[in-house]
Every structure is written in C-alpha cells, then in structure tokens.
Design a protein around this ligand. Structure first.
Ligand code: CTP
Ligand code: CA
Length: 229
C-alpha cells in the first residue's frame, strides 16, 4: 500500500523560536514581566516541527508547556534569552514571539526586600533590555535569511507594526490587536495581520494553532525561494 507521508517541507531547516515572557528579578521572590501565556509561540514551534524543521525553542517561564520534539532552551531574563538565541545560531529563520520585558531592574537585591515599617515603598531603577529582534535583524553575519517579529498593539496596529518592521530590520511582522475588548490576550484565538515589504495582509480570526500552521507554511514558501546555505 502507498502511505502518504506528512509533508516535510522544512526538513533540513533550522528555525529559532522565542516564546513566553521574560522575568526580570527585583529580589529573589519578585520580578517584573509582560503578560504572555506562551501559547502562540508554542503553537508556532509545534507547526514548524510538524513541517520537519529542527526547532530551537528559547522560552521564558510560560504558562503552557513546550511542545515535544523541539530543542527546549529555558531562560528567565531578556539578557539570557538574547544569549541563548546567539548560541543557537546559525539558523535559516528566526521567529521572535516572546513578550520580552523592556526593562530590567538595575538595583535588584540578592536578599528579599522587607516592607519598611515606616511604610516607605522601595524605589526601583530600570535600564533598557537588549532588543533581541532588532539585534538579530541587524546582524551582519549569521543573520537568518528570514526574520519574523511580532507586534502586539492596542492602538494604530498597522502603523506601529510597520514602523517596528523597519526599525528592527525584520522581514515580516505578525501584528495583532490585543485591546481588552478583543479577548485575544490569554485566549485560544488570534486575529493577525502579516506585514511584509509588500504591505499588510489581514488573516481571519482563528485558533492560535491555525495561525501557527499558516505561518509555518508561509515560512516554508519563503525558504523555498532561498538557497539551503
Ligand atoms: N522584542 C525582542 N526583544 C525586546 C523587545 C521586543 O526581541 N527586548 C521583540 C518581540 O519578541 C517582538 C517584537 O520585538 O517580536 C516587538 O515587540 P514589542 O514589545 O511589540 O516592541 P517594542 O520595540 O518593545 O515596543 P513597545 O514600546 O511597543 O513595547
Ligand atoms: Ca516591548
């Protein structure tokens, strides 16, 4: 009997996916972070795996477990995430789905900060984190042939996402509207607009797994038009 093999369009390809939040410590028991379940990044890693790619899955402390069949690299902070991505290079494509904290606390403490009896709140100082997407987008050597970023916005989604594509030297930005009214944050569905050099393409609202499957096919299409090294 002839058995139809699942399509392995990405066999021989290596894709790095970042996912989840980063946690930036304040002290051993407290941190700052962005909201992120890790669901969309996890679904993307699984979809790329299903097309036969070798996936390096660099994840912060997410709510959802990482998919099976990918190389899982667990990190806490943005600095660790950037380092893990660098270590995973070279890659054919990079998909930066993590909700990276924009700042870390420069006066983080090794010991738990105690509430002051006088009711004084501690004052935190912040410094900007490395922008992993902008860094990989601008790499001179080892830049993956396809660099994909995300832009979760609440206002002027297309304008902000288009600006981010250019500023971070990404090939594509997957933009979405995460205004509370959409119910997308923390939900099972996503409604995204794919921003490329050709413009903006809005996809219908669908399950995050379906967004991931469609994105993985588009990545395979793009890599088909590029040499394998
Ligand atoms: N990103 C990243 N490293 C950072 C911040 C963001 O790699 N330190 C990536 C995200 O993974 C995402 C894209 O950049 O793919 C856009 O993230 P976003 O937070 O929307 O962009 P920012 O430049 O941080 O702008 P904003 O002020 O809107 O948060
Ligand atoms: Ca940000």
């Amino acid at each position: 009997a002839v058995v139809a093999l699942p399509s392995q369009r990405l066999a021989g390809r290596h894709v790095i996916v970042t996912s989840g939040p980063t946690h930036e410590p304040i002290d051993p028991v407290r941190y700052i972070a962005n909201r992120s379940s890790g669901a969309q990044g996890t679904a993307i890693a699984a979809a790329l795996r299903d097309l036969g790619a070798k996936v390096s899955f660099v994840t912060g402390p997410a709510e959802v477990p990482p998919p099976a069949g990918v190389d899982v690299i667990r990190v806490q902070t943005a600095v660790e995430m950037r380092h893990a991505v660098e270590t995973a290079l070279p890659a054919d494509a990079a998909v930066m789905a993590a909700a990276v904290a924009d700042w870390h606390v420069t006066n983080a403490q090794d010991h738990k900060i105690k509430k002051d009896a006088g009711g004084m709140a501690p004052s935190l100082q912040f410094a900007e984190n490395p922008d992993i997407l902008a860094w990989i987008g601008h790499l001179a050597q080892k830049r993956p042939a396809l660099v994909v970023g995300f832009a979760a916005e609440t206002d002027d989604v297309i304008a902000h996402a288009t600006a981010k594509r250019l500023r971070k030297a990404a090939d594509w930005i997957v933009a979405n509207d995460v205004s509370p009214a959409t119910g997308i944050m923390g939900g099972t569905e996503n409604a995204v607009t794919l921003i490329t050099e050709d413009g903006a393409e809005s996809w219908p609202r669908m399950r995050k797994e379906q967004v991931a499957a469609q994105l993985a096919e588009r990545i395979a299409d793009a890599l088909d038009h590029l040499p394998e090294d």
